[in-house]
Design a protein around this ligand. Structure first.
Ligand SMILES: Nc1ncnc2c1ncn2[C@@H]1O[C@H](COP(=O)(O)OP(=O)(O)OP(=O)(O)O)[C@@H](O)[C@H]1O
Ligand SMILES: [Mg+2]
Length: 228
């Protein structure tokens, strides 16, 4: 079974009485345990595709199945539950809550999923240790570096043990060394069985993944596996 199966995805955004066609017919299959980089020039539709695949934004045309479930056939509540429990999403700009500590940010989606307090606490600490932030659990985002905030965002995305993780430019605002650490973290996550789709401008990131999907002007122009 595919983890992601997308067919004929078209995405149009209404724009001043007209519309922008950001995706013009994308097909994509991603199997369990894959680590996929999505690359392409600015404006080619990478974020649009990620948002559609993750069920954040519905496609204008086409069909997305996540973990064997047709997103278009689910109600809003079911779709939210699927996203909350099975999918992790890492935004480029972190979207952390600055009034909450690192640990509370990680606990947040667990609270939404009804995980009891004690378990939430323990799991948040465990996740922050996994991303190398065991010494920063009580810090709020304004008192963390960019790379540390990104790692909190990653820990939060992993809170409910998702089978599938999306990341939109996760190293975009980080220096090379910090970026490398984040990628090493994704590789470890992938080795632990998580399927990952990572949008990146960074050729050094794409160079480290087995599969690179290249987009241009709203379509996939190349879908290649390293060495084949
Ligand atoms: N909400 C929106 N309303 C109108 N047009 C949009 C909207 N979001 C994106 N677009 C347009 O859709 C196209 C694809 O945008 P998208 O954000 O998917 O590109 P991208 O590949 O992620 O670019 P970048 O690398 O700069 O992040 C662009 O031409 C963009 O201007
Ligand atoms: Mg983008």
């Amino acid at each position: 079974m595919s983890v992601i199966s997308a067919r004929g995805i078209v995405k149009e955004y209404p724009y001043g009485g007209d519309s922008v066609r950001a995706l013009r017919g994308v097909d994509l299959e991603v199997g369990p345990g894959e680590l996929v980089a999505v690359v392409g020039p600015s404006g080619c539709g990478k974020s649009s595709l990620l948002n559609v695949l993750a069920g954040i934004d519905p496609p204008t045309e086409g069909r997305v199945e996540l973990l064997g479930r047709d997103l278009g056939a689910l109600g809003e509540g079911e779709r939210s539950r699927l996203r909350l429990r099975e999918v992790g999403f890492i935004f480029q700009r972190f979207h952390l809550l600055s009034v909450l500590t690192a640990a509370e940010n990680v606990e947040f989606p667990m609270a939404e999923a009804g995980v009891p307090k004690g378990e939430r606490r323990a799991r948040a600490r465990e996740l922050l240790e996994y991303v190398g932030l065991g010494h920063r659990v009580g810090h709020r985002p304004p008192h963390l570096s960019g790379g540390e905030q990104q790692r909190v965002a990653i820990a939060r995305a992993l809170a409910n043990r998702p089978k599938l993780v999306f990341a939109d430019e996760p190293t975009g605002e980080l220096d090379r060394r910090t970026g490398d650490e984040i990628i090493a973290l994704f590789e470890r996550l992938n080795a632990d069985g998580t399927t990952l789709v990572i949008v990146t401008h960074d050729t050094s990131v794409a160079g480290r993944t087995r599969r690179v999907v290249e987009m241009a002007d709203g379509v996939v122009v190349r879908d290649g596996r390293a060495g084949g």
